[in-house]
Design a binder for this molecule. Structure first.
Ligand code: FAD
Length: 393
C-alpha cells in the first residue's frame, strides 16, 4: 500500500495542471497522479481538427511529457473511491492512500446511449464527431466530400463539455460548403436538446444573427436517440411532445450525451444526485470531506464546462488546498469564470466569457459579442501556447 500527501485522479487539463502546481510545492514523491491514458489531448483544438485547420497530432502530447517529472504517475484507472478511509482503489487492485485528494476525471462520452451511433461512427464516413480522439479525424473528410442534402449537427440532452462546440463545427462546415460550391444544395440543420442557442443572452443574440445570415435551420428541444446508417436516417425525440421524428442525413455530426465516469458516480458519499463531485461552488472543497477537492468537468461547480474554467479553478484550488494543508480555512472564492471561443468561420470568432450568473466577464475593452478575426487568432494560435506552457506547468 502506497501513501501520498496528495493524490490527483485524472491527468487531463485539471489533473495535470493541479499536479504541476503541487508537485513543485510538495516535492518529489509526495504527489501521485492516477491516469490510464498514454496521451494527453488539448481537446479545445478538436473543433479546428474537425474543420481541417489543425491536425490531431498537433493536439496531442505523450502523458509522460506533460505530467511533472517529480510526481508519481500511476498508469491505470481509478475503479473506486473510499473517502472515509482516504483511499482510491485502481483497476489493477492497488490501494492508494492519501492525505489530500483532487478529483479531476472529466466526462465519459456515452455514444452507446444513442442507438446505432457507435456502429455509424465506425462504418459510415458521413457520420462524425469532434468529441473523441477516435472520431474527430472523420469530420473534415465528411465535410469536404459533402455534395448536398441535410447536414445535421446535434446537441444532447445532458450537460456537456464546451457547450459551444456542437455549433462551432456547424459554422465551419457551412463556410466550407460555400467555398466548395455546394451551399445551395445543402440544408444545414442544428437539432439541439436545449430551448436556447446559448446560455448567455448577449452571445445568444449574436449567434442568432449569424444563424439567420447564414441560412441555418435550428430545431430546439430535439434529442438524437438513434442512427440507422444503412438508410442514412437519424431519429430525434421531440422533448416537448415525446414524439419521434425522422431526419434523413447526408452528413451527421454527433455530440454524445455525457456523464461522470462510473468509478466516481458509484461513490455516493462524494457525488451529488447527478453524479458530480459535490463541492462548495465558491471554494471547490468537497461539501463532506475537508481533504477532498474537485475541478473540471466532473465537479458540481454550476458553470459551463471548459478548459478555460479549469484554468480559473486551478488558481483557486492552489490557494484553497494549500490553506487547508496548513490547517486554515479556504480563502479564495471562484466566481464561475468560464469562456467559450465561438468560432463562426475560419477567420471569425465571438469570444464568450461569463460567470456563474451568466453575466459577461470579458477580458478585452471591446465588444466581445462581435465576430472578430483577432479573437479567432487568439483561439487558434495563442490559446494552445497558453495551455501547454502556462496552464500545465
Ligand atoms: P479532461 O481534460 O477530459 O481529463 C480527464 C482525464 O481523466 C482524462 O485524461 C482521462 O483519461 C482521465 N480519466 C477518466 N476516467 C478515469 C479514471 N477512472 N481513473 C483515472 N483517470 C481517469 N474548452 C475550452 O476552454 N475552450 C474550447 O474551445 C473548448 N472546446 C472543446 C471542443 C471539444 C470538441 C471538446 C471535446 C472539448 C472542448 N473544450 C473546450 C472542453 C475542455 O477540453 C474540457 O472542459 C477540459 O478538458 C476539462 O478538463 P478535465 O481535467 O475536467 O477533463
Amino acid at each position: 500500500q502506497k501513501k501520498y500527501k496528495l493524490v490527483v485522479v485524472g491527468g487531463g487539463a485539471g489533473g495535470c495542471a493541479t499536479a504541476a502546481k503541487f508537485s513543485r510545492k510538495l516535492g518529489k514523491g509526495n504527489v501521485a497522479v492516477i491516469e490510464p491514458s498514454e496521451e494527453h489531448y488539448y481537446q479545445p483544438m478538436w473543433t479546428l481538427v474537425g474543420g481541417g485547420i489543425k491536425t490531431l497530432s498537433q493536439s496531442t502530447k505523450s502523458m509522460s511529457k506533460v505530467l511533472p517529472k517529480s510526481c508519481d504517475w500511476i498508469k491505470t484507472r481509478a475503479s473506486s473511491f473510499d473517502p472515509d478511509n482516504n483511499t482510491v482503489t485502481t483497476d489493477d487492485g492497488q490501494k492508494i492512500k492519501y492525505d489530500y485528494l483532487v478529483v479531476a476525471i472529466g466526462f465519459h462520452l456515452d455514444y452507446d446511449k444513442i442507438d446505432g451511433a457507435i456502429d455509424a461512427l465506425k462504418n459510415d464516413p458521413n457520420v462524425c464527431s469532434n468529441y473523441a480522439s477516435w472520431t474527430v479525424e472523420k469530420t473534415y473528410p465528411a465535410i469536404k466530400n459533402f455534395q448536398g442534402g441535410n447536414a445535421i449537427f446535434t446537441f444532447p440532452n445532458t450537460p456537456i463539455k464546451c457547450a459551444g462546440a456542437p455549433q462551432k463545427i456547424m459554422y465551419l462546415a457551412e463556410d466550407a460548403f460555400r467555398r466548395n460550391g455546394v451551399r445551395d444544395k445543402a440544408n444545414v440543420i442544428f437539432n439541439t436538446s436545449l430551448g436556447v442557442i446559448f446560455g448567455v443572452k448577449k452571445y445568444a443574440n449574436s449567434l442568432l444573427k449569424v444563424i439567420e445570415s447564414r441560412g441555418i435551420n435550428v430545431n430546439y428541444k430535439r434529442n438524437l436517440v438513434a442512427v440507422d446508417h444503412k438508410n442514412r436516417e437519424s431519429i430525434f425525440e421531440n422533448l416537448d411532445t415525446g414524439e419521434k421524428e425522422k431526419f434523413e442525413y447526408k452528413l451527421l455530426h454527433i455530440t454524445p450525451p455525457m456523464s461522470t465516469p462510473e468509478a466516481l458516480r458509484k461513490c455516493t458519499q462524494l457525488v451529488n444526485a447527478a453524479g458530480f463531485v459535490d463541492i462548495n461552488k465558491d471554494t471547490l472543497q468537497s461539501t463532506k470531506y475537508k481533504n477532498v477537492f474537485s475541478i473540471g468537468d466532473c465537479s458540481s461547480a454550476p458553470t459551463s464546462k471548459t478548459a478555460a474554467a479549469v484554468a480559473a479553478q486551478v488558481g483557486i484550488l492552489k490557494k484553497n488546498l494549500s490553506a487547508v494543508m496548513e490547517g486554515k480555512e479556504p480563502e479564495l472564492t471562484y466566481d464561475g469564470y468560464t469562456s467559450c471561443p465561438l468560432i463562426t468561420a475560419p477567420n471569425k470568432c465571438i469570444l464568450a466569457e461569463f460567470d456563474y450568473d451568466a453575466n459577461p466577464l470579458e477580458t478585452f475593452p471591446i465588444d466581445q459579442g462581435k465576430e472578430r478575426w483577432t479573437m479567432y487568432h487568439l483561439k487558434k494560435d495563442f490559446m494552445p501556447h497558453m495551455y501547454w506552457n502556462l496552464m500545465l506547468t
